[in-house]
Design a protein around this ligand. Structure first.
Ligand code: ATP
Length: 247
């Protein structure tokens, strides 16, 4: 777990040429690590994850300073598609499934984007259904009619179908009941342990994130203010009170 796979160096970003959302975030993710990005509402987590996949221009935003490196290569201005081809796959807030397609059709779209053929798609589906058995029973259901938890699992599954090397997730707990959140984080943790997949997960729910992550970075008002082993940060009540909105 020693090689750095993804690195943010002093990244600043703004929206509409004016509103500064990030003022300098540095963060290092090591290969095979489960990394958490913590911070209160509006701290800049989503902006940082979008910056990592160069998705800010679509929101009238841009990186104004700093560098993002993937496997040592500067990817700060690589296109979103190029990021996915390299293996940096984001699952962003809002889930964005195709609501009128079935769960399985949604999953398959994740692989089609990578140009994978039948055998790879079948293997991907098998992996996703093993991770989330609930999705196997809902494979023919129209996505828009499934529960919020099933939709989040499907969004994660669709990302997995693109065979990520670094899997970037934004608030997988968003809007879900505690039991479903636990189920999703346990699945992510198992995936990380069993396959060595590197995870970078942004979360407002610091308790669940710190329970499963190896390492965490806390951002506040667009700046990285703390980082350390998750077990160490989990024991510090002052951090929750100061930086995480008491979450
Ligand atoms: P949340 O958990 O609420 O999503 P966050 O930590 O992910 O919070 P961001 O969504 O990255 O925070 O927001 C950081 C700052 O950037 C906030 O001040 C927010 O209002 C601003 N911001 C985010 N998206 C946009 C946008 N599309 N246009 C303008 N400002 C934005």
């Amino acid at each position: 777990m020693s090689d750095v796979i993804l690195e943010f160096e002093d990244v600043a970003a703004s929206y509409n040429g004016a509103i500064a959302a990030l003022h300098g975030v540095s963060l290092t993710v090591r290969s095979g690590e489960f990394a958490a990005l913590l911070g209160a509402n509006g701290a800049g987590k989503t902006t940082l994850l979008k910056a990592a996949s160069n998705l800010l221009p679509a929101e009238r935003g841009r990186i104004t300073r700093g560098h993002i490196r993937f496997r040592g290569q500067d990817v700060t201005s690589a296109s979103p598609d190029a990021h996915i081809r390299k293996g940096l796959v984001p699952v962003l807030e809002g889930r964005r499934l195709f609501k009128s397609l079935t769960i399985e059709e949604n999953l398959v779209t994740g692989a089609v984007g990578r140009g994978f053929g039948r055998a790879r798609i079948a293997a991907g589906l098998e992996q996703v259904y093993a991770l989330f058995p609930r999705l196997a029973t809902r494979r023919r259901s129209v996505a828009g009619l499934t529960s919020g938890g099933e939709q989040q699992m499907a969004a994660i599954g669709r990302g997995l179908m693109a065979a990520p090397e670094v899997f970037v997730l934004d608030e997988p707990s968003m809007g879900l009941a505690p039991l479903v959140v636990a189920e999703i984080f346990e699945a992510l943790s198992r995936l990380n342990r069993e396959t060595g997949l590197t995870l970078l997960v942004a979360e407002q729910n610091s308790s669940v994130a710190l329970k499963h992550a190896h390492h965490a970075t806390v951002i506040e008002n667009g700046r990285s203010v703390l980082c350390g082993p998750a077990a160490e940060l989990a024991g510090r009540e002052d951090i929750k009170a100061s930086y995480l909105g008491g979450a």
